[in-house]
Design a protein around this ligand. Structure first.
Ligand code: CTP
Length: 404
């Protein structure tokens, strides 16, 4: 991954993850970047400015003025090709979201005209707090790039969301951003469906499924990483994305997902339907809560619209349509049937018989079935890596059809 000649301002703020930043600077320098480091007072409790100065070969700046020297934040902001705030503490995030400026990091951030990357790090409860959620939405809305937190062991000893991305992954993220070769989907619009759908029975109950939305969100992000402008139609899910190139449309039912997808599809060149859409919805939706009376209750169900099949019917040359198939038996045969019946260009098959695959996991094991009859068995890998592989194969399909 090359960052040859790139000028990077790294702002380190107060989180235990700051201890990883000397290694991060080493990796950036190794990749060819010129790195200037800013540090907050809180961060200096976690990592030594001397270590950062040594590996970056520049003085580490902490204040707008150091004694008699003024550290020109405007100049620093203009000097940088990219600014990265890593780790970004909850406190700094709050300041960035609200335009506060009580230290050099905030002053440079407000002065920067270059792309800004934010890699948050905090304990899970802080990460999930509504104020953090709101601040994340705000900073993303300002056009900053978010390097998502990862799941794992936290400083508190808890296991959960909130770890800063690993330095290697952050370097890859920056490298990917600067690499034009990687932006094969620039100018392309994509549609992704993700998550479950909820079909209301009455005002308090619904029929749903265990889909988390993680796989679809990873695909939306992987398409956006390659330069596509993505519309993500997301069913009820606790997951979300802060990717600046992904616009999320939240829906609840299969019908809402159908309407949103049909509206977006006309204008898109790539559609990946990863949602676990309910196949049936209650024929009647009770307006009042159904009371517990009889020993048995029968709910009549009616078929929902098949979104993938509907898009398959109106698909035009130049549009690439990818579906998923979740199977428990005769997997390849069922997936091949879906490929044909729904007029898709590729089906990503998951089998619930594979350990580590399917709904609840952060990993997935996928076999890709293409219209040419080619089957590609991908290894068990993280949903992020699986998503990147799926996008590689979409590109391959489009190259083969000369519509890349
Ligand atoms: N799909 C869809 N709309 C539906 C049902 C499914 O768009 N109403 C899409 C899914 O997003 C997926 C593909 O169709 O891309 C296959 O979904 P799956 O649930 O595996 O298959 P079904 O077609 O629903 O068939 P079955 O449940 O009988 O396996």
């Amino acid at each position: 991954m090359s960052l040859q000649g790139k000028k990077i301002v790294l702002a380190v703020t107060g989180s235990i993850a700051a201890y990883k930043t000397p290694h991060f600077v080493r990796l950036l320098v190794k990749a060819g970047a010129d790195v200037k480091v800013l540090i907050t007072d809180a961060a200096a409790q976690f990592v030594s400015p001397l270590s950062l100065a040594t590996v970056s070969k520049h003085p580490v700046l902490a204040n707008v003025n150091d004694g008699a020297t003024w550290n020109n934040h405007v100049e620093l902001g203009l000097w940088a090709d990219a600014m990265i705030i890593a780790p970004c503490s909850a406190n700094t995030l709050g300041k960035l979201a609200n335009g506060l400026c009580d230290n050099l990091v905030c002053a440079v951030y407000l002065s920067a005209r270059c792309p800004v990357f934010i890699a948050p790090a905090m304990d899970e409860d802080m990460w999930l707090h509504p104020s953090t959620r709101a601040n994340m939405s705000k900073v993303r809305g300002f056009g900053n790039h978010i390097i998502p937190v990862v799941h794992g062991e936290l400083a508190s000893g808890l296991i959960g969301e909130g770890r800063m991305a690993e330095p290697e992954d952050m370097v890859a993220h920056l490298g990917g951003f600067f690499s034009e070769e990687n932006k094969q989907l620039k100018g392309i619009k994509a549609l992704v469906t993700a998550g479950p759908t909820y079909e209301r029975i009455d005002p308090v109950r619904f029929i749903g499924n265990f889909s988390s939305g993680k796989m679809g969100i990873a695909i939306a992000e992987a398409l956006a990483d390659r330069g596509a402008q993505v519309t993500l139609v997301l069913g009820p899910s606790h997951e979300h994305t802060y990717h600046s190139q992904v616009k999320t449309i939240g829906v609840e039912s299969a019908h809402e997902m159908y309407e949103a997808s049909m509206a977006a599809f006309k204008d898109t060149q790539i559609a990946v339907l990863a949602a676990a859409v309910a196949d049936y919805r209650p024929a009647m939706q009770a307006t009042e809560k159904i009371k517990k009376k009889e020993t048995e209750l029968t709910i009549a169900l009616t078929k929902t619209d098949d979104i993938l099949a509907s898009l398959g019917k109106i698909k035009q040359p130049g549009q690439t349509l990818v579906g998923f198939a979740l199977e428990t038996n005769d997997e390849l045969a069922h997936a091949a049937e879906k490929l044909k019946a729904k007029n898709a260009d590729m089906i990503a098959l998951n089998s619930l018989r594979d350990a580590g695959a399917g709904f609840a996991h952060n990993t997935n094991k996928i076999t890709l079935l293409k219209r040419s009859g080619v089957h590609v068995a991908l290894p068990l890998q993280s949903k992020k890596d699986a998503a990147a592989s799926i996008v590689d194969h979409i590109l391959e399909l489009r190259h083969a059809e000369k519509i890349a």
